[in-house]
Design a protein around this ligand. Structure first.
Ligand SMILES: *[C@@H]1O[C@H](CO)[C@@H](O)[C@H](O)[C@H]1NC(C)=O
Ligand SMILES: *[C@@H]1O[C@H](CO)[C@@H](O)[C@H](O)[C@H]1NC(C)=O
Length: 333
C-alpha cells in the first residue's frame, strides 16, 4: 500500500549494487549481486510489513470553506490502521497556539454543541461562525501500530457576507478642485473588494478604458474603496454609490448626490464691482446733498423756528430803543 512511498526496487537495487542504471542487468548476473538482491527483497518485505502496521490519515479536502451559519465537514479519514481503538483528537491552531476541539471522545471549547464527530475521525461543524476560521489538526494515535501516530491539518475558512458599507460622498465640490469619495466595510471575510457606481453605472478601474469616463481624472482603488478625483469636472457630478463584495456576498450603500459648482471669477469680480459702484453712488449722493445745503438748510429752518421766541426776549431786554420796544410790545399786545 505505501510501497509507492519507497524508492522503486530497480532504483534501490542500483544503489545497493553501486552501479548505474545501465549496468543493472550486468549486476544482476553477478553472484555477489544475487546475495544483495536477496537482502534487498528482505528489506522490501520488511518495509511492506511496517507500512501495514502504520496509522495513515488522509483527507478529501484540506482547505474546506463554508458560509457563516452553514455546516461544514473537516474530513479526516483513516487510510490504514491495525489498532482497534485508536485515540483521536482534534486541535484548533490559532496565533495563540493549539487548543482542544475534540478530546477524550468529547467536543470541547468553542465548538461545543456546534459540532459532532462522524466515525471514525471526521469533524462536522453544524453551525459555523466567523471565529471558526482557523487551521485544525486531526491527530490519531494507534498504540498497536509500528508507526503509531499520524496527523493531518485542515485549513477552514468561514466566509462572512459584507454588511452595508459606510460611504462618504462630498455634497458639492468646486470645479477643478480635488474630491475624495470613500467606502468602508469591515465585517466581510475574506476582506471586501469595492466597486463604485455613478448614475447606476459601474465606474471602470481605469478611466482610460472607457469612452464615457475618458477625460475624468479619478483613480479608483478596489482594495481600499477610495475614489479620488484629482480635478473635478462638470461631468463628474452625479449620484454615486459603492458596493462591497466578497466570495460570500455583497452589500451596497444608498446613492448620494455630488454636485460640481463653478467658482466663476468673472462673476465674483462683477459682483464686487456692482457693490462698490452702489456704495460709491450712495457716498457721492450724500456728499452732493451736503454740498447743496439740503441738510444745513433744514437746520436753519429749525433755528428760525425757535429764534423768534428768544429774539423776542433778547429784544425786549436789550432795547431801550422806544420804536423797537413799542413796535414789539404793540406787536405782543
Ligand atoms: C447558528 O448560530 C447563530 C448564532 O450563533 C444562531 O443565531 C442561529 O440560529 C444558529 N443556526 C442554527 C441553524 O442553529
Ligand atoms: C475629452 O477631451 C477632449 C479634449 O479636451 C475632447 O476633444 C473630447 O471630446 C473629450 N471626450 C469626452 C468623452 O468628453
Amino acid at each position: 500500500m505505501s510501497l509507492s512511498l519507497s524508492p522503486s526496487p530497480a532504483r534501490l537495487f542500483s544503489l545497493l549494487c553501486a552501479c548505474t542504471d545501465s549496468q543493472i542487468e550486468h549486476c544482476i548476473d553477478s553472484k555477489m549481486a544475487k546475495t544483495r538482491l536477496a537482502w534487498l527483497l528482505t528489506l522490501l518485505s520488511t518495509q511492506c510489513y511496517l507500512s501495514v502496521l502504520a496509522v495513515v490519515l488522509k483527507t478529501n479536502n484540506a482547505s474546506p470553506w463554508t458560509k457563516e451559519f452553514d455546516k461544514v465537514e473537516l474530513s479526516c479519514e483513516i487510510e490504514s490502521i491495525s489498532t482497534i481503538n485508536p485515540r483521536i483528537e482534534w486541535k484548533k491552531i490559532t496565533s495563540g497556539g493549539p487548543s482542544y476541539v475534540y478530546f477524550d471522545k468529547k467536543i470541547s471549547g468553542g465548538l461545543e454543541n456546534r459540532a459532532v464527530i462522524r466515525e471514525p475521525a471526521t469533524l462536522l461543524i453544524t453551525n459555523a461562525t466567523r471565529s471558526d476560521t482557523a487551521k485544525y489538526r486531526c491527530e490519531v494515535t494507534a498504540a498497536d501500530d509500528h508507526k503509531s501516530f499520524d496527523e493531518i491539518v485542515i485549513d477552514l475558512v468561514v466566509r462572512v457576507k459584507p454588511v452595508v458599507p459606510k460611504c462618504s460622498v462630498p455634497k458639492s465640490v468646486p470645479f477643478g478642485k480635488s474630491a475624495e469619495l470613500s467606502c468602508v466595510e469591515e465585517e466581510g471575510f475574506p476582506k471586501s473588494q469595492y466597486q463604485w457606481f455613478k448614475n447606476m453605472e459601474e465606474i471602470p478601474d481605469d478611466p482610460k478604458t472607457s469612452v464615457k469616463f475618458f477625460n475624468s481624472s479619478y483613480t479608483l482603488s478596489t482594495e481600499t474603496g477610495t475614489l479620488k478625483f484629482i480635478s473635478v469636472r462638470k461631468e463628474d457630478a452625479g449620484e454615486y454609490y459603492c458596493r462591497a463584495k466578497n466570495d460570500a456576498g455583497q452589500a451596497q450603500c444608498a446613492p448620494q448626490k455630488m454636485e460640481v459648482y463653478d467658482i466663476d471669477i468673472v462673476g465674483i469680480i462683477l459682483g464686487v464691482l456692482v457693490v462698490v459702484v452702489v456704495l460709491l453712488c450712495i457716498t457721492v449722493g450724500i456728499c452732493c446733498a451736503y454740498k447743496q445745503g439740503y441738510f444745513s438748510s433744514q437746520k436753519q429752518t429749525g433755528n428760525n423756528y425757535k429764534v423768534p421766541a428768544k429774539g423776542d426776549g433778547v429784544d425786549y431786554v436789550r432795547t431801550e430803543d422806544e420804536g423797537d420796544f413799542r413796535h414789539k410790545s404793540s406787536f405782543v399786545i
